[in-house]
Design a protein around this ligand. Sequence first.
Ligand code: TRP
Length: 453
Amino acid sequence: MSPPVRDGFTSTFGVLLATLGSAVGLGNIWKFPSLTGMNGGAGFLLVYLLATLLVGLPVMIVETMLGRAARADAISTFEQVAPRGQGGWQVIGWMGALSALLIMAFYSEVAGWVYAYVVKAMTGEIATTDPKAAGAAFGALVSDPVASLLWQWVVLGVTGGIIMLGVSKGIEAVTRRLMPLLFVLLLVLCARSLTLPGAAGPGLAFLFSPDLAKITPAVVLTALGLAFFKLSIGMGTMLTYGSYFRADQNIPATATRVMFADLSVSLLAGIAIFPAVFAFGFEPAAGPSLVFMTIPAVFASMPGGTAFMTIFFLLTAIASVGAILSLLEVPVAILSERFGCGRKRASLYTILAIAFFGMPAALSQSLTAGINVFGMNAFDLYDFLSSDVMLPLGGILICLFVGWVYGLPRLQEQLGNHGSLQNDGLVRGVFFLVRYLTPLLIAVVLLHGLKVF
Ligand code: TRP
């Protein structure tokens, strides 16, 4: 039987956009500011930048490389590239599928809040600079079990429909045109936030002047988890997307560009939010609600705020689609390619599984608020287990696989498709990192952060 013809990205630029579409999402607008606020600001940002460079970038390069080398789903990849008899590496793919479900279980809820805020922005009900009123508006949404569930299901319906109908190409076209607009709106927000009375000084100090005493092992682990989450690595998204890459695509260059673009969106979100936090007296450590309170406040203090606010949440909702599609693609590719269910059924099963796992996350501030595991509600537990444990673990395994099993010659063959000596030096550098330094760093941060030693 001849292998099925696989769908793939047709242009170098398309690859860059799809990879960027996966990276940029609620992680930039929602998770990065929340975590930066909760973990003391600049020190966290510094560790996050280091984690992105020393861990994120090399893992992203080799994960994408493996995907392209194997051209298969996240589990079957390791059948293609591991030596015969070493089936154990497939655990990376299984763990990835589970991570995708766990991440989607809370990510779809946050996307649901964003959808809800599009409507609330239009009606003007969240246009306030008063922390109490802003907190009450957000609280009313998350403590309403029916609204929480329904918005999550709307998100799952919309994104499930897109992946089922295979219209993701069309979505890519839409995203490509609208994302520059999100970037511009973020710039406008930054300008307004920085010029609020008494905002720029404390806001920028919080974000850029680190207090090293605040960098605890737990903070470092959170920053590492964010680096994985942001670049969509450690669980098979980049294995799967890499499998759609063209043979002549320059993987290190693509990964580096995506990393820088992604970082700049996060930084803009930070600069839009923290000055306003201090200007209006919000609590920087508010957590997941931070963005939903401060962004409306900044818009409320400028002319045309209602319209801009609506457009902002709409664009954020659209940005989340690219990220969600890349998360769904992992289990959908596994089910449809490895287990031979059609793409429609694979999508349906995946969405149903997420709706099931997602319920406790959606209800974690209403019906199931009293139920805690390890002192965390379902929402926080899913986030912690996936971002801070499973993604780093997946990252270690991918590094060890490439560094000790796959080997330098094959890595050179895969990445050295651009000829120059300089490039060979770079490939050797990546190899050194993933063979020794990166997995060691992840392991130390993980064990230390989890208080194993
Ligand atoms: N990177 C996306 C964001 O920041 C989320 C995401 C998409 C993701 N695919 C992923 C996170 C795979 C971890 C793994 O919004």
